[in-house]
Ligand binder design. Structure first.
Ligand code: HEM
Length: 444
């Protein structure tokens, strides 16, 4: 995978994804546009999602402390809930009053997944897009869970099964809405009246700069919509489920929550009000100076992430593997699964257990702890390695730290039981959601 793209090229696989999975019409003129612009389209992504300062600045704009304070609103009325609560089957167990702290029962996976997605999508496409397209989260997860893997292996979209019909309908709505969004982006950029008078003031430079490249190569609005549907999916499909597993492990592992709360406290400052609120968050130091929290994230990657790098062989390659030699022939595809040895007991003792300390090292002289990736490759490898990895890791650290600081979460059934995992599209999925009780943390 370390070969240049002249030898092992990710582009043909991405083109197949666009046409087979995301629904673009395969045609020679579209293929040409794609080949002329794919690398350039990644530039604006790297500036916001790969660059350290760009990712931190974006997350600052996301106003995570304010949103985390209403992670649940103790509302029994859907009209008054925040957007991310709607899919979580919220049940008010005890109202929140001045004398007594409230309790809600909720599905943790749906709640955290949609919470993270609301923050991330607004940063990329603006609040108006989220408000105007009420079904976006339902459609995105239906598409991801129900039809993505089937489309990838080549199941035809017209297959007469309910799950495919509904998944394709969700994909069509996503495509239509992304197309309409790109029309508005284009109007805004050209200083023309914007459809519906939509507020475009918080649209990201990433979307604006991608539109310039789409315009340069004459992509139709339909094609721009599908091109960015792939990007919307890439931004959320792995990040938000990882956030869920991270929180599920942190809350359910005995003694861990207190350790992390102590570690992050200097960087997540709390007000003395009742209930306490986050008065400031230092995203840079959260990422840099919280090795125990980082180690929990790495252990979450080890257990939950299941990614593969796929490349088209452009030139012959010979790989030496001990006594064997593998000849990769031009015109074939090669895939490298990165998770096969992550539960190997000769590498990781007690491989099915959540043991974050395995990623921690202590410097014998200074006594300073640090967390390191070791053999993990959650972001793939080589030239086409993930271009959103800095943002993804910072988002999970920041959102995770905010929730940990503000909320107590316990199992609704009385004892913790994590759902089993099934393969997903990059991150394993829980077989069932996880019912929990949530109430505001009280500071001693
Ligand atoms: C936990 C979250 C994430 C995981 C596990 C993940 C993982 C991956 C993997 C495995 C690849 C393929 C790499 C390869 O072929 O070797 C990839 C590609 C990519 N990812 Fe991510 N990703 C995550 C989040 C994000 C986010 C937040 C964004 C951006 C908004 C993003 C944008 C991309 C892009 C643009 C590519 C294509 C890169 C290229 O072709 O050069 N990802 N990601």
């Amino acid at each position: 995978m370390s070969q240049s793209f002249h030898t092992l090229n990710a582009e043909p696989f991405h083109y197949t994804l666009l046409t087979r999975v995301f629904g673009a019409a395969d045609a020679p003129e579209f293929k040409r546009k794609f080949e002329n612009s794919w690398k350039d389209l990644l530039g604006p992504v790297e500036r916001m999602f790969l660059n350290d300062a760009g990712a931190a600045a974006a997350l600052e704009r996301g106003n995570i402390p304010e949103k985390a304070a209403s992670f649940v609103t103790y509302s029994a009325d859907r009209e008054r809930m925040r957007r991310w609560e709607l899919s979580a089957d919220i049940r008010l167990v005890k109202p929140n009053t001045t004398d007594d702290r409230g309790v809600v029962e909720a599905n943790l996976q749906s709640l955290t997944r949609d919470f993270g997605a609301c923050i991330a999508i607004q940063l990329l496409y603006g609040q108006d897009f989220l408000d105007r397209y009420a079904q976006v989260l339902d459609d995105l997860w239906k598409f991801d869970n129900d039809i993505f893997p089937l489309m990838l292996i080549g199941v035809p979209p017209w297959t007469p099964f309910k799950i495919i019909r509904e998944g394709i309908a969700a994909r069509s709505r996503l495509g239509n809405q992304m197309e309409a969004l790109y029309r508005r982006i284009d109007q805004y950029q050209k200083k023309e009246p914007v459809d519906f008078g939509a507020d475009m003031s918080d649209i990201s430079n990433t979307a604006l700069d991608r539109n310039k490249i789409y315009t340069r190569e004459d992509w139709s609005f339909r094609q721009r919509g599908v091109g960015d549907l792939a990007f919307l999916w890439g931004q959320n499909a792995n990040t938000q489920p990882t956030l869920f597993w991270f929180l599920a492990y942190v809350y359910s592992t005995p003694g861990l929550l207190d350790r992390l709360r102590q570690e992050i406290a200097p960087y997540v400052k709390m007000s003395q009000r009742s209930p306490p609120e986050i008065s400031s968050m230092d995203l840079t130091r959260l990422s840099r100076d919280c090795p125990q929290t980082k180690a929990c994230l790495f252990e979450t990657y080890r257990l939950a992430i299941d990614v593969v790098s796929i490349r088209y062989v452009e030139r012959p390659v010979t790989i030496k593997d001990g006594l064997f030699r593998h000849e990769l022939k031009p015109g074939t595809f090669v895939s490298a699964p990165h998770s096969t040895n992550l539960r190997d007991s000769s590498i990781y003792a007690n491989p099915d257990e959540f043991v974050p300390d395995r990623f921690l090292k202590t410097d014998p002289e200074s006594g300073r702890m640090s967390a390191s990736y070791g053999n993990l490759k959650p972001w793939g490898s080589g030239a086409a390695i993930c271009k959103g990895r800095t943002f993804a890791e910072k988002e999970i650290m920041a959102v995770g730290a905010a929730i940990i600081s503000l909320w107590d979460i316990s199992p609704a059934g009385g004892s913790w039981e994590l759902p089993s995992m099934v393969p997903g599209t990059g991150v394993k999925k829980p077989v069932a959601d996880m019912r929990v009780l949530i109430s505001r943390r009280i500071l001693n």
